[in-house]
Design a protein. Structure first.
Length: 196
């Protein structure tokens, strides 16, 4: 009788242990494998605010907004180029129309959970006033640019490593223009208009 009880406890312990192992393994691949992330939508909330009006948007709500499509190609401060990507996202001006729009003299602050913070002024929100480079990283005059909250690079959800699910892109309608990577805020979770 005692042996039977022992066996049952042993079996129960093993079953629970196996379940815990499986859960841990799932959790690991879920966060580390970008393939899993692109197959199933990650959960992420974006807050847009002007200090008075505030709205929280999910990724699927952002995907339903009128999309911007174009090219993104950036260079980091140490000269590493990334892209060119075909980019899909929402222009910041489109996004901010939901909370009363963006006007001349306003600024917009972009935040991420790692504490990174970047500000665009009204000239930049109109696609002007950025430094741009050609493929050899020689400074060249800027074509019209768009400040975009991107959710896809090359037709695929942006991986966490690449700054996804939401990353700022200063992009162009035509390929061939490189912008400064410092403005490409990764892991965006808050966009706030500073009204003038
Ligand atoms: N959230 C967040 N975004 C960020 C940064 C950061 O530290 N945190 N660094 C910026 C800078 S200075 C550059 S050059 C690029 C670097 O991109 P990478 O980390 O993919 O090379 O991301 C930009 N976006
Ligand atoms: Mo940088």
């Amino acid at each position: 009788m005692e042996d039977e009880e022992m066996n049952r406890r042993c079996a129960l312990f093993l079953a629970v242990f196996a379940l815990i192992c499986a859960a841990v393994a799932c959790g690991c691949t879920g966060t580390l494998d970008p393939g899993v992330q692109t197959g199933e939508e990650v959960s992420w909330n974006l807050t847009i605010s002007d200090g008075t009006t505030e709205e929280i948007l999910t990724l699927s709500e952002i995907r339903e907004l009128p999309a911007w499509e174009g090219y993104g190609h950036a260079v980091s401060t140490v000269g590493i180029k990334y892209g060119p990507y075909t980019v899909r996202g929402v222009e910041l001006t489109t996004l901010l129309d939901r909370i009363g729009g963006f006007d001349e003299g306003d600024q917009v602050g972009i935040s991420a959970p790692d504490g990174y913070y970047w500000v665009f002024d009204d000239e930049q929100m109109a696609g002007k006033g950025f430094v741009t480079f050609d493929a050899d990283l020689k400074e060249k005059p800027s074509p019209p640019l768009a400040v975009v909250l991107a959710y896809e690079f090359n037709g695929t959800a942006i991986s966490e490593e690449d700054g996804g699910p939401l990353r700022i892109v200063v992009g162009t309608d035509e390929p061939g223009t490189i912008t400064e990577g410092s403005a490409w805020v990764k892991w965006v979770d808050r966009i706030e208009v500073k009204r003038s």
